[in-house]
Ligand binder design. Structure first.
Ligand code: ATP
Ligand code: MG
Length: 552
């Protein structure tokens, strides 16, 4: 974000240069009603990044004004994710820290004749609100006396009313062209236990009232949010003004991050978790920060990706290949190379001495020679990938078929001599011969072969599970769900979004730990899964294949 300019940076620069502001304070304000996703990462990178750049500070503030949907589990996961992404907040705050202050500000509004208690039901309030083309109607309770309002609001707080029985509304303008200004509800009765304040409160402030007060209390200078709040900006400013907040934050909106074939709605993600379509919020198919982490994404890759998407008012969806591009870039020099066979087919090398095992040298990362070399065993029995053999290959097939010779990566040329099948005609083993002259690294130039295969030595190979992922729901299916009368997005969850394969890996990987990342020859980058890996076997999540369709 350092190099390329964006409109938020320009505004802040100007504010500092003109003396309108002498410092920059931002906040990242999640509601703890779910886990963070990659869209939130954009808000995090922008808020923390821009404050950093101007030597300012950023608070992490939980917008916990809706006790029914919020939970400590979400608070904990959000703190963990922000830290993992590489950011340090100046202060950790909760909207609920300010409930008393908000209450007092609401009382102040009532005293000024700028707020009133309304007895209309939520449905009636909606009816009275009018539409984009019709003005709203005044509530019959709009002109209650200040004293009566003060008394009722006090009794709301004391718990004398049921949920929905009374609300406090700002008194602004029922005929405003902006519906948000038509006497918005600012407090509601909700007899619910709050994860922070317990049963202390039975009235809770509405987001549109609470948020500007929180920002002002914290001295936030630039309140950065997404464009769906643009229409609320006049209300935001009204609250700051009428509540007589001494600090005046400025709301600035930017476009949401959307990614193709990626469900980003918290509500939908929550449903996928709760109905068991995925293995928790951190399922590697989820676009959550925890899901991406478990899949094997690095904080660097996520930050680079988000920065590359830029900051603008627009919110078109970016290609998912762009996200993949950045993790490949990040892992290219960091991840050790190794070989793994996902779908094993046994090969016996008939002219290799029985009982002999030799150790072969292999570079750990040819693009980063400093990583050194590893040793891999080779013997008479190896596994190759089942798809690397065809009995009747088409033209231009350069892998194994009867009579053909290929190179084994880091080892020898082998030639397929015989195909062994079981009683069902299924190929169960290949018999090959090798040529000792062709050992890798000896500079053999006698003849060339076109195919190079990965493999693992059979007697020492470690069992491993490989998990390959595809989008949970594709955009075309989301669209079909939207257009369907009787189906929802849940009916379109991709049944092939997870493929599990049992294979083998090099024995030198025995000490791999959860979250270690590797590049498996030809298969792509993989991460050791922290949830399913156990002492019996390593489980690998494919982060991304090696092929890229993305061009920056
Ligand atoms: P909801 O409003 O349903 O709770 P939300 O995604 O807006 O969902 P918040 O917890 O309110 O969730 O989000 C915290 C911050 O992250 C907000 O400032 C919000 O604008 C920002 N944010 C959320 N989704 C995106 C996105 N896709 N791109 C950029 N910023 C986002
Ligand atoms: Mg929100």
């Amino acid at each position: 974000m350092e190099e390329n300019s964006n409109f938020i940076r320009s505004i802040i620069k100007e504010d500092l240069e003109s003396g309108k502001r002498d410092t920059v304070v931002t906040r990242f304000p999640p509601e703890p009603n779910g886990y963070l996703h990659i869209g939130h990462a954009k808000s995090i990178v922008i808020n923390f990044g821009i404050a950093d750049e101007f030597n300012g500070q950023t608070n992490l503030r939980f917008d916990d004004t809706n006790p029914l949907k919020e939970d400590q589990e979400y608070v904990d996961s959000i703190k963990n994710d922000v830290t993992w992404l590489g950011y340090e907040w100046e202060n950790l705050r909760y909207a609920s820290d300010y409930f008393e202050e908000m209450y007092n500000r609401a009382v102040r509004l009532i005293k000024k004749g700028k707020a009133y208690v309304d007895d209309l039901s939520i449905e009636e309030i909606r009816e009275y609100r009018g539409t984009l083309t019709e003005p709203g109607k005044d509530s019959p309770y709009r002109n209650r006396a200040v004293e009566e309002n003060l008394d009722l609001f006090d009794r709301m707080r004391k718990g004398e009313f049921q949920n929905g029985e009374k609300v406090l509304r700002a008194k602004i303008d029922m005929s405003s062209g902006n519906i948000n200004m038509r006497d918005p509800v600012i407090y509601r009765v909700s007899h619910a236990t709050h994860h922070n304040t317990g049963d202390k409160w039975c009235i809770y402030p509405m987001y549109a009232f609470a948020h500007p007060i929180e920002d002002a209390i914290e001295g936030v200078t630039h309140s950065l949010c997404t464009t769906e709040f643009e229409e609320q900006r006049p209300l935001y400013n009204w609250v700051v003004e009428e509540c007589e907040m001494s600090s005046k934050p400025q709301q600035i909106e930017f476009g949401r991050l959307n990614i193709e074939n990626t469900v980003m709605s918290k509500r939908k993600l929550k449903q996928l978790v709760e109905e068991g379509y995925v293995d928790g919020w951190d399922d590697p198919r989820m676009p959550t920060i925890s899901g991406l982490r478990r899949k094997g994404y690095t904080p660097e890759a996520i930050r680079e990706f988000v920065q590359a998407t830029g900051v603008s008012k627009g919110s078109g969806a970016v290609d998912e290949a762009m996200l993949e591009h950045f993790v490949r870039e990040d892992l290219k020099l960091k991840a050790p190379r190794t070989m793994g066979v996902l779908d094993p087919l046994k090969v016996v090398i008939t002219n290799y001495p029985e009982g002999q095992v030799e150790m072969l040298d292999a570079e750990i990362n040819p693009e980063n020679p400093e990583m050194g070399t590893r040793q891999i065993p080779f013997s008479r029995e190896i596994y190759v990938e089942r798809e690397d053999f065809m009995e009747n290959p088409p033209k231009k097939y350069f892998r194994l078929f009867p009579g053909n010779e290929v190179r084994l990566k880091h080892a020898y040329f082998i030639k397929c001599e015989e195909v062994i099948k079981d009683e069902n005609g299924e190929v169960v083993e290949l018999r090959c011969t090798y040529d000792p002259e062709t050992k890798s690294g000896t500079g053999f130039t006698g003849r060339k072969v076109k195919g190079t295969l990965h493999w693992v030595e059979a007697t020492q190979a470690l069992p491993a599970e490989f998990r390959l992922y595809e989008p949970l729901i594709r955009d075309e299916d989301l669209k079909a769900a939207d257009e369907s009368e009787d189906k929802t997005f849940i009916d379109f969850v991709n049944e092939d979004s997870l493929t599990i394969q049992q294979g083998f890996i090099e024995p030198n990987m025995k000490d791999a730990k959860p979250q270690d990342k590797f590049q498996f020859f030809r298969h792509g980058y993989f991460n050791v899964d922290p949830k399913h890996t156990n002492s019996e076997k390593l489980v690998f999540n494919r982060i991304v294949s090696l092929k890229s369709s993305f061009k920056l």
